[in-house]
Write a new protein. Structure first.
Length: 185
């Protein structure tokens, strides 16, 4: 392992990298994004919000975010915190990178204006806090039967926003990792 890579015994579910080396002025705190939103809304900017783990950033994430940016003036991405990602993305070994590192990677993509950490759950959630004009999800999240999506749709309606699904190819970090395990190593 390299100089800055180490596996800490206390956190066995992810690769730990020295987060101090990966800072971005696009990664904002709750207070910073609140002030920024006030300014942007006064300017009449259309605010878009994407949420997700963005664990092991791949081309599917990038095409989704590029498509999302076309739907708004300012694109904010809320990165799921580590515990949520571990719980929803397969347990041990996930996330691969901490939310700080995932925020750094996503925040440095050209299509993304700001990144926040989605730690304000369960209520008020990031949707109620940001109050975007458009909430942007991948087409694979358009399933009306998923209770999480139904709940998100109700929130989107209650804040006067719309939900839009991008039509980009679905790629999955879980499938990529499965391929690596089965075919490579």
């Amino acid at each position: 392992m390299g100089k800055f890579f180490k596996l800490e015994k206390a956190i066995k579910f992810m690769l730990i990298i020295n987060s101090d080396l990966y800072k971005s002025n696009t990664f904002l705190s709750k207070k910073e994004i609140s002030l920024k939103l006030e300014e942007l809304k006064k300017q009449g900017k259309k605010i878009g919000l994407c949420t997700g783990s963005f664990d092991l950033l791949h081309p599917g994430h990038i095409t989704h975010l590029v498509s999302a940016k076309k739907l708004c003036d300012v694109l904010i991405v809320a990165i799921a915190e580590d515990d949520y990602t571990k719980k929803t993305r397969g347990g041990e070994g996930r996330p691969i990178f901490s939310h700080d590192i995932r925020a750094f990677m996503v925040g440095n993509l050209k299509a993304v204006d700001y990144v926040i950490l989605d730690t304000w759950l369960p209520e008020p959630g990031v949707l109620e806090f940001i109050k975007p004009d458009v909430f942007i999800k991948g087409l694979d999240y358009s399933d009306e039967k998923d209770p999480r999506i139904i709940h998100q749709k109700k929130i989107v309606e209650s804040i006067g926003a719309i939900i839009v699904y991008t039509k980009d190819e679905k790629l999955s970090t879980t499938d990529i990792l499965k391929h690596i395990k089965e075919k490579i190593g």
